[in-house]
Design a protein around this ligand. Sequence first.
Ligand SMILES: C[S@@+](CC[C@H](N)C(=O)[O-])C[C@H]1O[C@@H](n2cnc3c(N)ncnc32)[C@H](O)[C@@H]1O
Length: 208
Amino acid sequence: MSLRGVSKDALVASATIGLLLTVGYYVGKSLRMDIFKSHSSSLRRLCVLQRTMEDELNRIMVACEQSQFMANLARLIRAEKAIEIGVYTGYNALSIALALPQDGRLVACDVSEEFTNIGKPFWKEAGVAHKVDLRLQPALRTLGNPPLRSMVRRFQDSFNSLGRVIRPAEDDLETKSIDQLNKKLHKDARISLSMLTVGDGLTLAFKL
Ligand SMILES: C[S@@+](CC[C@H](N)C(=O)[O-])C[C@H]1O[C@@H](n2cnc3c(N)ncnc32)[C@H](O)[C@@H]1O
């Protein structure tokens, strides 16, 4: 049989090719969108990194591999809420916010508008600004808020302070505080503890 001189086989073949091309177009489009999204978030992180490197205090920034690891942990436990204590230019805040779901929430605590203003525009560009609840006041005040206390299930903190914590100097209050925290955590039977020598040190404390 033929339709206006075109054979049935030719019609089936052209319809199949048309279908394949349409499916291919949409699959390709969605793959390109995923690749674009992932490139775009890496690019935003790079922008924050670049801007941070221009700051004279840049050595206080989180190590990139530490931030990447924490963001992957957040993905692994499917975290929906997180707290960043000490935002600086917001590199880690951006990594964690990207790892949270669209309706996730990151309470970001810092005392410096000057520091946080450096990275803030990139949270917006990366499409995660709506997840970040920046609180510009001492973190103790923010965390004293009861609803936030219940958010603290698992937490990370820097523990090593560039190795000084092994033998803190008498007048080094900051390092002594980290040393005391480590000792306290070590004795705490309510948590399972893990310490990693990544960046300036990473303590993982999982509430049992
Ligand atoms: C080591 S940096 C944080 C690095 C940051 N997490 C990152 O992604 O690069 C410490 C930050 O803690 C902030 N800070 C110091 N005292 C604070 C306090 N009492 N409450 C909240 N933030 C504080 C400082 O302004 C600084 O930005």
